[in-house]
Ligand binder design. Sequence first.
Ligand SMILES: *Cc1c(COP(=O)(O)O)cnc(C)c1O
Length: 403
Amino acid sequence: MADPTEPSANQAASLADQTLCIARSMAPADGFASLTVPIHRASTIVFPDAEAYLNRNNHGPDSYSYGLHGTPTNRTLEAQIAALEGGAHALVVPSGLSAITLVLAAFLKPGESVLVPDTVYPPVRSFCDQYLTSVGITTTYYDPLLGASIAELIDASVRLILVESPGSTTMEVQDVPAIVAAAKARGVLVACDNAWATPLLFKPLAHGADFAIEAVSKYMGGHSDLLMGSVAVTDFTLFTRLKDAFKLWGLGVSPDDCSLALRGLETLAVRLERSGAAANDLAHWLQDQTGIERVLYPPLLDSPGHAEWRRDFHGASGVFTVVIEQRYAPVIPTALSRLRLFAIGASWGGTRSIVAPMDIASARTVRPWNGGLSLLRFSIGLECIDDLKADLKRLLIGLSAKT
Ligand SMILES: *Cc1c(COP(=O)(O)O)cnc(C)c1O
């Protein structure tokens, strides 16, 4: 069938310049092949005839109907994420946060409830407390380390359990298989926020979760220039419901951003390996330094959930949290300003090493945090480790200098 956007050569000869500015022919792609994924930008998607247009929504969740719902660039990325997750389907959404809120909004109804770890990414807590509450959906926060005894919290109203492993800032690795087993026994869905590990270091679907959620903004994008999230599933019915909700909410992801994510994925394995190795060295070194009370990082023996990490994960990424001794807490801001390489900021997982002072007191209700402003969350990037260590020494000197 002829491409409806292209005038034939005969037509072109008789068209006015004003029309020829718009009605162009596509150069034939025969003989052209490259290693890159084309960026297909589109709002309007065109159809060969009226019938095809009228039936545009009847070809399944991955068909092309409107640019908002995705182009071949989006689908290529989604297929690659589905493959990495070991799932059958994936959907990209505008942020990691929207990936989580979409799952919550799509699968919870008024009167139902969701179990959420106390260590959840704080904006998700706000969504639960402000939005879900307002529509009659209850959130019960639980101790991230409770494992199989989560069964005691599963009453008839519970429809979904969220896990985030390791937990935000305090890095508790959860017993996901035990939580999944308790959920399955009661017909409850499990969604896993896998931002720290990425599908390379932990595969939620292989451990029985129904939804594998990634903050593509972090390691998968990998260059601090992109915001995106993804949800992967095995079950087609879950996927259809998710995609329906995605359309209802008017969500969409630009193919340009998908192109950046596709490029980021190509180096994900080497970046993670390099960041993880450097983070492992620095975390071990830091825990013996003056002024450091503790380092929270799953590969460390005394980090919460270390045994589960060793059992279930294929390695560690480059994010860890340092607990500074309380007496040094007041000088942390001035000590941080001595750093020359580490940038101060959030949304980790890029090439540049960053650090963020964390205030988590208001983000914990089950296990209160009494440590004040003594937490520094680090994301180790791809710089030379000797330079990073020299920078951290400046920070450590800054801690002891003024007390
Ligand atoms: C950053 C992050 C998110 C959200 O990702 P955005 O793309 O920034 O919205 C969700 N969960 C965790 C654990 C994160 O660290």
